[in-house]
Write a new protein. Structure first.
Length: 338
């Protein structure tokens, strides 16, 4: 069972993987109070050394490990952020949890719900903290939207619209187009509107999806409509071929609140009422945005919590189940699932 750390304890982070997302998270840690990157693990010692050198601070250079196993067993590490490609998340999380260390696992949590259930079961059996790294759930913009919704200012909530898309490379070997690496718009981008719609509207009862598939077998563009418990709808889309506005709007009987362009890192939200003027509320964020989820995970360790109430494991399991359903509907299956 997890025990709380002292309130002023520095949270000692390890990062498993050295790719772009690992670098983004390490950059966010630089602006995270009472947190320090102390270790990095890679399948290549040269890659680990280069990463550690880039993110060292004076004489405080993170320890470098030439395998994920070595990082999982490393001393003086409180929590490990998993930043490997999608198909590796489950195995990597099981490895780290098996060593008794807390885990923050990059989204999508795993490839499917069955893998997610295995990871969650091990964390709960060992009494170790585990959280999906859905950083948008911890951004100030979402907190402000939820506050406005709860206040009743925009009336009874009826629906959410959200889109997320960009024009990605056509290179068939790139991870977003590579079926073996869990590519496709849904897991890479669709998870954002899916997760935030659930955070605002609550549990999902049913979903209907359509997609345009690419030559490598991944989805290039996917749209899905979800019915939420309580009688609300969310209409979401994602694309690897369209530079969409990236906006999210929550609509009610008296008006709406909108997270502007690139909603996952919105610096403001705008309220439009039927019987009043529009107003915009600033929602600045710390560091590069990843800082907020690092702060949240660290506070859980200090408080002795095994999961975070804003990103509970039951939510992660439910959302992985919805992703499975969408993939069945659009015919997206990964080689490891065969």
């Amino acid at each position: 069972m997890s025990t709380a750390l002292s309130s002023n304890r520095i949270i000692r982070w390890g990062i498993l993987g050295t790719g772009r997302i690992a670098r983004d998270f390490a950059t966010g840690l630089r602006d995270t109070p009472d947190a320090r990157l102390v270790a990095v693990g890679s399948r290549s010692i040269d890659s680990a050394h280069a990463f550690a050198a880039d993110f060292g601070d004076g004489d405080a250079i993170p320890a470098s490990y030439a395998s994920y196993e070595a990082l999982a067993q490393a001393p003086d590490v409180d929590i490990i952020y998993i930043a490997t490609p999608h198909p590796m998340h489950a195995a990597n999380a099981l490895l780290v949890l098996g060593a008794g260390k807390a885990v923050l696992c990059e989204k999508p949590f795993t490839l499917n719900r069955a893998e997610a259930a295995e990871v969650v079961a091990l964390a709960r059996a060992k009494g170790v903290f585990l959280m999906e790294a859905m950083w948008t759930r911890f951004m100030p913009a979402l907190a402000e939207v939820k506050r406005i919704v709860a206040s009743g200012e925009i009336g009874d909530i009826t629906q959410v619209h959200a889109d997320f898309g960009f024009a990605a490379t056509h290179d068939p070997e790139h991870r977003v187009n590579n079926l073996a690496l869990g590519g496709g718009a849904l897991l890479d981008l669709g998870i954002y509107p899916l997760s935030i719609a659930c955070a605002i509207l609550g549990p999902i009862e049913s979903v209907q999806a359509q997609a345009i598939m690419g030559p490598t077998g991944v989805d290039l563009s996917t749209g899905f409509t979800m019915k939420h418990r309580g009688g609300t709808l969310s209409i979401c889309s994602c694309s690897l071929r369209a530079r969409s506005p990236g906006e999210l709007t929550v609509s009610g009987t008296r008006g709406s609140v909108r997270m502007a362009r690139l909603f996952h890192m919105a610096e403001s939200v705008t309220v439009d009422l039927l019987d009043g003027p529009s107003r915009t509320i600033a929602t600045p964020w710390l560091g590069n945005g990843y800082t907020h989820e690092a702060i949240a995970a660290g506070q859980c360790l200090r408080d002795g919590l095994l999961e975070h109430p804003a990103m509970p494991l039951d939510d992660t399991l439910a959302l992985m189940g919805v992703l499975d359903t969408i993939r069945r509907q659009i015919g997206l299956r990964y080689p490891s699932e065969a």
